[in-house]
Design a protein around this ligand. Structure first.
Ligand code: ADP
Ligand code: ADP
Ligand code: ZN
Length: 218
């Protein structure tokens, strides 16, 4: 069973690694950022609440996020494992996740912590492009699509997220340092943390994560 959390600052490569992990392990990919962006696009009540936070690069309040994640984890496709990407992002979120999992007799099996230098993150985020349709992740220099503007996987339109501007990126990195970085210690203390150098090439990071997961399975 793999019940995994992908941890790391914005731009570390969580979404990129999640795509590869989904292909290999066939687990559902739960990206809270993707869920919020979809809700904003739909204009649903959740989207209306979340929009201002996303635009400002601030975190959506914990109770809203946790409610959504619990509902998602309850669904049948998550019973054999899952990949959480971008959640938890605060200590209270992590605590609420733990108590929910305990309640349902489950637990997190691995926390994959991806580290990347601050200046590299800024270049990655401002150059990031995403498929509107399948959320595949690209980079104008590091990982361009084969046909400019068109997704390699689904033919969807590739766009730049509204919050991937330099100003909002800096704000998000500050928020990460203040509110999310403490999770590294939180998960280290319970012995679940595995740290990876996210500045290695995408495939190298992936191979190292898989190696660590296989080693754990024994
Ligand atoms: P996160 O989900 O952690 O915010 P992403 O997976 O969206 O990060 O990656 C951010 C940007 O960096 C994307 O444009 C992606 O193509 C690029 N990227 C991801 N991993 C690497 C890597 N190992 N080397 C170079 N660029 C990368
Ligand atoms: P990144 O690629 O920068 O890691 P995400 O796509 O994960 O970004 O998140 C985009 C935005 O969605 C965040 O800036 C925040 O407003 C909101 N968000 C996503 N996940 C969470 C969460 N776990 N808690 C609070 N807000 C979240
Ligand atoms: Zn696509």
């Amino acid at each position: 069973m793999i019940n995994m959390i992908l941890l790391g600052p914005p731009g570390a490569g969580k979404g990129t690694q999640a795509e590869l992990l989904v292909d290999r392990y066939h687990l559902p990919h739960i990206s809270t950022g993707d869920i919020f962006r979809a809700a904003v696009k739909e204009g649903s009540p959740l989207g209306q609440k979340a929009k201002a936070f996303l635009d400002a690069g601030k975190l959506v309040p914990d109770d809203i996020v946790v409610g959504i994640v619990k509902e998602r984890l309850n669904q049948p496709d998550c019973q054999e494992g899952f990949i959480l990407d971008g959640f938890p992002r605060t200590i209270p979120q992590a605590e609420m996740l733990d108590s929910y999992l305990t309640e349902v007799g489950r637990q997190i099996t691995a926390v994959i912590n991806i580290e990347v230098d601050f200046e590299v993150l800024i270049r990655r985020l401002t150059g990031r492009r995403v498929c509107r349709n399948c959320h595949a992740v690209y980079h104008i220099a590091n990982k361009p699509a084969k046909n400019p503007g068109i997704c390699d996987h689904c033919g969807g339109e590739i766009y730049q997220r509204d919050d991937d501007t330099e100003e909002t990126v800096r704000k998000r990195l500050e928020v990460y340092q203040e509110q999310t970085e403490p999770l590294i210690d939180y998960y280290r203390k319970c012995g679940k943390l595995k740290t990876f150098n996210g500045e290695e090439p995408i495939q190298t990071v992936f191979d190292q994560i898989c190696f660590a997961l296989e080693e754990q399975k024994g």
